[in-house]
Design a protein around this ligand. Structure first.
Ligand code: 5GP
Length: 189
């Protein structure tokens, strides 16, 4: 009988505006056997968000209830909001042998790595601070004040990139995605 193979967690982190969401969407398009975890958050949806990048949007009360019931694999609070990964879906998928992508922040990623040491951690970098700033402005979903807060947090996240298995420079989307796919194929062998 063939041995049952558990799936792996693939973690994508990096600064706001580095293009993590686009990279995850491309990975899902090009490797349809991957599954994408959908986080819960207490922040408000951005215009059109449901179409491209979705969360389960919940109240703080509901979120804290999930924490109390131990329903989250990891969670963190930033930008005055909570973000967390629902545990059941991820664990079920891993048990089915599926590799699951989590797009989460650095703190959450390191928390997950402790519990799942064979997780593969990717840190997505943008070519420059200016490029990040321009992408956030172009996205148009945050006020100037909030963009400043995100830029300050980007610096903190960047300082932790050495803790990741791979740093991927997203100066060219196709190349960055191809690099990640090559690594995943190699790790599956
Ligand atoms: P945004 O508000 O731009 O969607 O996300 C802000 C930050 O929260 C990003 O760095 C994103 O990766 C992170 N994030 C999204 N979902 C989760 C989650 O489930 N857990 C953790 N720890 N961070 C998350």
């Amino acid at each position: 009988m063939e041995e049952h193979k558990m799936g792996k967690l693939i973690i994508i982190s990096g600064p706001s505006g580095a293009g993590k969401g686009t990279i995850c969407a491309e990975l899902m398009r090009l490797m349809p056997d991957l599954v994408l975890s959908c986080s819960v958050t207490t922040r408000s949806p951005r215009p059109n968000e449901r179409k491209d990048r979705s969360y389960f949007f919940v109240s703080e009360e509901t979120f804290l209830e999930m924490v109390r019931k131990n329903e989250l694999l990891e969670y963190d609070q930033h930008f005055e909001n909570y973000y967390g990964t629902p545990k059941k879906f991820v664990v079920d998928m891993l048990n089915y042998g599926k590799d699951v992508i989590l797009e989460i922040d650095v703190k959450g990623a390191l928390q997950v790595k402790l519990n799942y040491p064979d997780s593969i951690l990717f840190f997505i970098e943008a070519p420059s601070e200016q490029a990040l700033y321009e992408r956030l402005i172009k996205r148009g979903s945050e006020s100037e004040e909030k963009i400043k807060i995100r830029m300050a947090r980007n610096k903190l996240e960047l300082a932790q990139r050495d803790k990741y298995d791979y740093c991927i420079m997203n100066d060219d989307l196709d190349r960055a995605v191809a690099e990640i796919i090559d690594i995943l194929k190699e790790r599956r062998k």
